[in-house]
Design a protein around this ligand. Structure first.
Ligand code: ATP
Length: 766
């Protein structure tokens, strides 16, 4: 079988077999292949029940490891690598932790909830994880009971738009009597953050309650005076009753305050939950509270919670130089919608006013653009294991559970339990909080309506459960195929909320998103009942197993059957080889029948493979469709982005242009202003100092006049010179005329013409 897949697949897949109930007469269809002594089994085979004549093929499946019926919770917890997963979430020294995922998958009633949540007598993986975590990190937990700043820094660091609450405030808001006034010591900041206490649980309503006014109650964040107040002693209830109710609390010593008195006092002094505890104690004194629970919404009793198995001896490697906070949140996926299990309508239900639950969104937030988160969850900061268990029990009371034909307490939703580890560098100036989450998932089981005998809403729920599990199957198969494929398929995880929640952050890391830290390899525990529903179980095993092989067992000799029948229409004494002895005929018949059986087996395998291929084809078609719609979405997103970018640029250019224009207009204005100013200044100067101006003008005019006069004088001088010359010439001519008086008429005319041609007629001469 192919064993290369598990190394690169997203999941390690374990198979856990549940012990059968004594009263069943059903046939076992599953066998575990035993390995040599000291090796844990990894393979199983399933064969169809004897009654099923259509199928004979034996299917063999490989898993990371198979846990047989005898395996207990502690063995499973250690062997599936849950401790490493917790270490990974806490992070090595100086390093951030990485997200982890642990989930169960299986047919209804196969033991998923038993594995995750345990039973009345045994703890499940979830409780063991919480115990391990608090056991080791308690001395390193930030004390939010006393430091409002620390709490505020935690709230500010949360990226999921959540409402963060200290466990004490949360529990009081659920269980405390809604008629009592807020605790004296609660800081205004927290009073604001805490919703008004909701309706009391039926148990609280039913019984007479010691008036709270007669007891002094310190708040969640008491001042020093609170802790030293003499009133504290009045608040202490009867220790014996308290111990009966909360034996684990009575023996619990807070690692943070080794010198502190009793854990009860620690609670009474530092936490509002003390009100609930005291109230319950007083009820217990007077009522039948110690009897079996009469209502789902009773205050969870720590004393009734299992303490076995213990993980006290388990070592955990983590960064003990850092400071931590452990935050619990829980939600369920019901009918493909996400609902918070901690902000439920528990109390209002107690008052008979069940409010409709508000579905939450799984999305990227402003503070978490690279990772999708369930936004708006209520998250509870727990300081110790007891608080965490109380919160867990409170959330579990809200989970959809119903009795079906297959399971008396069948989960009708996929439950998600999130343990968020916040970590920061410890020091005088603490570093920023980093966060990593261990998500433990208890999936609802697949079921067949006929077997589960469901109807109405429960049947509709089953339809949604089966549909989401079918999509999960497709994703599991594809991610497993991708591990060896050269061209990985697109895993169609966007088909429903369940697969989106389980896969989307894992695949984002495999794509372009390199900024975010990749999650750890996830753990999938497949649960199966070897005496349960063969068809449903084999279907789950097919898509969850790491490898699969189909064989058809060799058929024993059928000669005797044929001979016994004796109704063959063929001539028994005629064979293909021509041999006609009875033994030869028998031999040939035997081999022919074996050939027929072999062909039948091959056909059956081919049919199974065809079924498988059809399943894959359908899955591929679905993923193709998902890819197409994704392409459409991406195209629309890109268009919108481009459009937005273009608009932004256009806007920018417009703004630039407007700014440039404004500058220009301003400059022109300034220029004009300056001109006007100069003009105005000129006019005013003219008006104010007219005389001075006049003088200036006269001076100017005289200067110019002098120049003009000079030029004119020169010109006059020239003209006078010329005039003088002309006069002299005229005089000369007169003299010549006198000398030559009347010699000839002709001579006179010629002289006259000559003077006319020169422009200096005698007429012109003055
Ligand atoms: N390993 C086990 N050891 C003992 N009892 C078991 C084990 N596994 C399951 N059971 C018992 O079988 C019953 C059904 O188990 P469980 O409720 O865990 O099934 P499920 O798979 O969660 O069913 P659904 O999907 O309907 O919620 C319970 O009574 C449980 O205690």
């Amino acid at each position: 079988m192919d064993h290369t897949k598990p190394n690169t697949a997203l999941f390690d897949v374990y198979l856990r077999l549940r012990p059968s109930t004594a009263d069943t007469d059903r046939e076992r269809f599953l066998d575990v292949e035993q390995l040599e002594q000291g090796y844990a089994p990894t393979h199983i085979t399933i064969r169809p029940p004897v009654g099923d004549h259509r199928k004979r093929a034996v299917e063999k499946f490989a898993f990371t490891r198979v846990f047989e019926e005898s395996s207990d919770q502690r063995e499973l917890f250690e062997s599936i690598g849950a401790i490493n997963l917790v270490e990974g979430v806490l992070g090595a020294k100086g390093r951030e932790g990485r997200d982890g995922l642990l989930a169960t998958l299986g047919v209804t009633g196969s033991g998923k909830s038993h594995t995750i949540l345990g039973s009345r007598s045994q703890r499940g993986v979830l409780q063991l994880t919480l115990d391990l975590l608090f056991n080791h990190t308690s001395p390193h937990l930030v004390d939010i009971d006393r430091s409002l700043t620390a709490f505020q820094s935690l709230s500010a660091a949360d990226v999921a738009e959540s409402q963060l609450l200290p466990a004490a405030n949360f529990l009081d808001s659920i269980y405390a009597d809604n008629t009592h006034t807020p605790s004296r010591g609660a800081t205004p900041a927290f009073r604001g953050a805490t919703p008004a206490p909701r309706g009391a649980t039926p148990a609280l309503v039913r019984d007479s309650v010691t008036p709270m006014s007669s007891i002094y109650m310190p708040g969640a964040f008491p001042s020093l005076s609170d802790s030293t107040s003499s009133h504290a002693s009045t608040a202490k209830p009867s220790t014996s009753v308290f111990d009966r109710l909360y034996p684990s609390l009575a023996t619990y010593k807070s690692p943070r305050s080794p010198t502190s008195q009793s854990p009860l006092k620690h609670y009474a002094q530092s936490s509002r939950v003390s009100q609930s505890i005291l109230k319950l104690t007083s009820i217990a004194q007077e009522s039948s509270f110690l009897g079996p629970p009469s209502s789902r919404r009773n205050f969870p009793r720590i004393s009734t919670l299992p303490t076995h198995p213990s993980v006290d001896d388990v070592e955990l490697n983590f960064d003990n130089s850092a400071e931590y906070a452990i935050v619990i949140s829980m939600y369920e996926v019901h009918n493909d919608r996400i609902f918070d299990l901690l902000s439920s309508s528990a109390a209002s239900a107690g008052r008979g006013q069940q409010k409709p639950r508000r579905a939450l969104l799984f999305k990227s937030t402003e503070a978490s653009p690279d990772r999708k988160v369930v936004a708006g969850l209520k998250k509870v900061v727990c300081s110790d294991l007891e608080e965490a268990l109380l919160v867990l029990e409170t959330g579990l009371q809200e989970r959809r559970v119903a009795g079906t034909g297959s399971n008396a307490t069948s989960s009708r939703s996929h439950g998600f339990f999130c343990i968020e580890v916040k970590k920061r560098h410890r020091g005088s100036i603490p570093g920023p909080w980093t966060s990593s989450t261990l998500t433990i998932v208890d999936l609802a089981g697949s079921e067949r309506a006929r077997v589960a005998k469901t109807a109405g809403a429960t049947l509709a729920e089953a339809g949604k459960i089966n549909e989401s599990l079918m999509y999960l199957g497709q994703c599991m198969q594809m991610q497993s195929d991708n591990a060896t494929a050269t061209t990985p398929n697109l895993v169609p995880y966007r088909q429903c909320k369940l697969t989106e929640l389980l896969f989307s952050n894992s695949f984002a890391h495999h794509g372009h998103n390199t900024a975010a830290k990749p999650p750890q390899k996830a753990i999938m525990i497949v649960t199966a009942d070897p005496l349960g529903d063969f068809n449903a179980t084999s279907q789950i095993l097919r898509y969850s197993a790491l490898a699969r092989e189909v064989t058809v067992p060799r058929i024993p000799s059928v000669t005797s059957t044929i001979l016994a029948g004796g109704n063959s229409k063929t001539n028994p004494y005629f064979t293909q080889s021509g041999r006609t002895t009875p033994s030869a005929v028998h031999e040939e018949l035997e081999s022919a029948l074996q050939e027929i059986q072999r062909l039948k087996g091959d056909l059956e395998i081919a049919q199974l493979n065809l079924e498988d291929e059809t399943h894959r084809r359908l899955a591929t078609e679905v993923s193709w469709k998902v890819a197409e719609s994704r392409i459409g979405e991406v195209e629309a997103e890109v268009r919108e982005e481009v459009w937005a970018e273009m608009e932004a640029r256009l806007e920018l250019e417009m703004r630039r242009w407007r700014a440039a224009r404004d500058v220009e207009v301003g400059m022109q204005g300034e220029h004009l202003d300056r001109k006007v100013e100069i003009l105005t200044r000129g006019i005013s100067v003219y008006e104010d100092d007219e005389d001075a101006d006049k003088e200036n003008v006269d001076q100017d005019v005289s200067g110019v006049g002098e120049k003009v006069l000079e030029v004119e004088d020169e010109r006059v001088a020239e003209l006078e010179d010329e005039n003088a010359k002309l006069r002299e010439r005229l005089a000369n001519l007169e003299r010549e005329k006198d000398v030559m008086r009347s010699p000839s008429k002709k001579m006179r005319v010629l002289k006259t013409r000559k003077w006319e041609g020169s422009g200096m007629g005698l007429d012109e001469i003055p």
